[in-house]
Design a protein around this ligand. Structure first.
Ligand code: FES
Length: 335
């Protein structure tokens, strides 16, 4: 689903910072080279982690017609790899390096019906699509899933804007989403766009396949930031390169290998394109596949992994089981 595009980097001044939900900040930029952001677009920007510039991607929540104002929202994740923590320190007047809007989650105009599914902070990728579909008088439903109202960014605005077309499923209020119900109304003429935690998207994808719906009609945005397990430190061995690299919880395996001097292939860095795939030759632990590139069957085989997002955890690595797991080790052949 990733589309290669030329990244145009530019300076941008932060012109607004506000807290719009629990642990979620809205940050508005005035870019030097404004370009209107289409629905589904994102920007890459440079954050400072341990004194180094690191690239992160954020969906554009909204932008002015001429692109002179671009808004993103950032959730301060408890297990942040450092990017969201940095973004929560940004203040009005700061200058940052950002790209012009990039697109790999385009909204196809002209479908008979749309379902837009947003899980938590995933609403940032979906809100602009809903706005455009409303303007186009399209037939759409906006399904917003979250733990509690206070943690759901833009909830009141979306409710006011979309009225009955907004369906909220809130765990705290006992109205959790039931995916079979969500998909029971979906037919071959419906397109579903989703962005949210990998578990939610994976469950939707499975039910979609079970119902034999057209796969091209299921479109998603991932930022590869949530997995089945909490991130842990693990060791990656690349015998051909003579490398043994420790991957800390706040770095991806791709970043750690790059840091160690390995020449890696990649494109999306979001688990969508498969370019960063590495072959696994030995494994002590469990692969936490966080990509949306492989089929479920391919993931189960555990022969390959997309190292930009997927990780390795010790066998007792489930969040509920605490941090007592032994450090996992994976041996790979990089391309
Ligand atoms: S770089 Fe695209 S899946 Fe990893």
């Amino acid at each position: 689903m990733a589309v290669s595009q030329t990244q145009v980097w530019q300076s941008a001044i932060v012109v607004e910072v506000s807290e719009i939900a629990r642990d979620i900040k809205r940050i508005v930029f005035a870019p030097e080279l404004p370009v209107k952001a289409e629905p589904g677009s994102h920007i890459d920007l440079l954050v400072q982690i341990d004194g180094e510039d690191v690239q992160r991607s954020y969906s554009v929540v909204d932008s002015s017609e001429d692109g002179s104002r671009i808004a993103i929202s950032v959730f301060k994740a408890p297990l942040s790899r450092g990017g969201s923590e940095f973004m929560h320190t940004v203040s009005v007047g700061d200058s940052m390096r950002i790209t012009q809007p990039l697109q790999n989650f385009p909204l196809r105009v002209g479908a008979q019906k749309y379902v837009l599914l947003a899980g938590g902070i995933g609403v940032t990728a979906i809100a602009n699509m809903a706005r455009v579909l409303k303007r186009l008088k399209a037939d759409y439903n906006l399904v917003f899933v979250g733990r509690s109202r206070e943690a759901m960014a833009y909830f009141a605005e979306l409710e006011a804007e979309h009225g009955e077309r907004l369906q909220a499923h809130i765990d705290d209020e006992g109205t959790s989403l039931k995916i079979p119900e969500l998909l029971s109304d979906v037919d071959q003429d419906t397109e579903l766009y989703m962005c949210g935690p990998i578990r939610l998207m994976d469950a939707v994808r499975r039910t979609w396949i079970e119902r034999e719906l057209d796969l091209p009609n299921l479109r998603y945005e991932t930022f590869g930031n949530s997995g089945w397990f909490d991130p842990q430190e693990f060791l990656v061995r690349v015998p051909k390169l003579g490398l043994e690299v420790v991957v800390p919880p706040d770095r991806s395996m791709l970043e750690a290998l790059e840091d160690a001097g390995a020449d890696m292939m990649f494109d999306c860095r979001k688990g969508e394109c498969g370019l960063c795939e590495v072959r696994i030759t030995e494994l002590t632990g469990v692969i936490d596949h966080r990509d949306v590139f492989y089929s479920e069957r391919q993931q189960r085989l555990n022969q390959k992994m997309n190292c930009c997002v997927s990780r390795v955890v010790g066998v007792a690595g489930k969040a509920s089981e605490g941090a007592s797991a032994q450090r996992a080790v994976v041996t790979i052949e990089a391309h």
